[in-house]
Design a protein around this ligand. Structure first.
Ligand SMILES: Cc1cc2nc3c(=O)[nH]c(=O)nc-3n(C[C@H](O)[C@H](O)[C@H](O)COP(=O)(O)O)c2cc1C
Length: 384
């Protein structure tokens, strides 16, 4: 039998993107401005080379990782390996399996998925599965619900109540989006983008009860609905705390200063992210932001990272620089477009096996063995 032609995520990207139309391809691949941050998120990894250690008994390589620490209310969420799926919208653009297929793949591989708020804004029969359907498909693997804060607090409270009831344990507030970035490809392709991407279906967001009075109220509410870009630390974190008993995580931290503020405000965890380069072009690549954030947090809360992770060796390098867990965004969409749920499983399997091999070949038998001393900066003779 011929070996699988998809051996790397680069193979998967090439084949998957050749199967979708130009508008979809650009919607996924491009970011803000000139895509400099999209590119640098990935190329930042190549500043680091690996320092393999030998004769260290790697007969068993244990990749088990804690994703969510235990709380009084729930046990720790432990993954079989330290790679999860970052929230992204509209999975049915890639494959009919949609977010439920992605969630089932995360569950099958024993890891975690973050679910985009898009699942509420455009749920079935549009281009997304509902948050409940995704949770049903992924069970405890589906622990994070990603939230954009709109300016209607009553609506936000309803959404939080709904997803908590559906079994989500963590609200992942995306904080890098007070405005939507200047995504040039999306602007150019707007007339051809599916309507759900250009006119968010707030009717769905607001629920489906629609007596004439409700419809009237809905219209009034949707008319003024927009992302709340007046949020500040001292107000939004206490509001979330008072509104939900889910853990509160922030996605989109890029500096030590903000990481310190997150700890000071009692946030439960952070994701170092620049939205895959889709918001602010020319910002610091996430891998370069990671060390100062890890130093500022000092182990007090978990630090996850996403952006440009395309190989098991990238996961290894992010862990070596102090990340507790790593997320991938676009690769899940490539997997879905390639072969639905099975394609996402293939993508995760490639990363898992590459990481395992990398750990074995660098003399790391467990995640705890991966440290800055495993890396060397290109052009430098010193270890980190
Ligand atoms: C097509 C697409 C849609 C996305 N949608 C969301 C979203 O709804 N909410 C969010 O917080 N992040 C969203 N993201 C950002 C991802 O969660 C993640 O931060 C990013 O994709 C990581 O970079 P990578 O794609 O290089 O792995 C999206 C990314 C892509 C590519």
């Amino acid at each position: 039998m011929d070996p699988n032609p998809i051996q790397t995520l680069a193979d998967l990207e090439r084949v998957a993107l050749s199967r979708v139309d130009k508008v979809t391809r650009e919607y996924w691949a491009h970011g803000a401005g000139e895509n400099i941050t999209v590119r640098e998120n990935a190329s930042a990894f190549d500043q680091y080379r690996l320092r393999p250690r030998v004769l260290r008994d790697v007969s068993t390589v244990n990749m088990t990782t804690t994703v969510l620490p235990s709380t009084n209310a729930s046990p720790a969420l432990v993954a079989d390996f330290p790679v999860g799926i970052a929230p992204s919208g509209w999975h049915k653009m890639a494959h009919a399996d949609g977010e439920a297929g992605t969630a089932a793949a995360a569950k099958a591989l024993g890891t975690a998925m973050g679910v985009s708020m898009g699942t509420i804004v455009g749920e079935a029969p549009r281009e997304c599965c509902s948050p409940e359907a995704v949770r049903d498909a992924g069970g405890s693997a589906v622990a994070f619900f990603q939230l954009y804060m709109f300016n209607d607090r009553a609506l936000m409270a309803d959404i939080l109540q709904r997803v908590q009831k559906a079994g989500y344990r963590t609200v992942l507030l995306t904080v890098d989006t007070p405005f939507v970035g200047k995504r040039v490809a999306e602007i150019r392709n707007r007339p051809q983008l599916p309507s759900f991407l250009t006119t968010i279906n707030f009717g769905t967001l607001l629920g489906t009860s629609d007596g004439p009075e409700d419809m009237d109220k809905k219209e009034k509410r949707t008319g003024s609905l927009h992302i709340d870009n007046s949020l500040v630390w001292g107000e939004i974190i206490p509001w979330l705390r008072a509104t939900t008993s889910m853990q509160i995580w922030l996605k989109g931290i890029s500096t030590a200063e903000d990481a310190q503020l997150a700890v000071a405000h009692g946030v439960d965890g952070i994701v170092v992210s620049n939205h895959g380069g889709r918001q602010l072009d020319l910002c610091v690549p996430t891998l370069d932001a990671l060390p100062e954030i890890v130093a500022a947090v000092k182990g007090r809360i978990p630090v996850h990272v996403d952006g440009g992770v395309r190989r098991g060796e990238d996961v290894f390098r992010a862990l070596a620089l102090g990340a507790d867990f790593v997320w991938v965004g676009r690769p899940a969409l490539w997997g879905l477009a390639y072969d639905g749920q099975r394609g996402v499983e293939l993508m995760l399997t490639i990363l898992r096996e590459e990481l395992k091999l990398c750990m074995g070949l660098t003399g790391c038998a467990s995640i705890q063995d991966i440290s800055p001393t495993c890396l060397r900066l290109v052009g430098s003779s010193a270890k980190l």
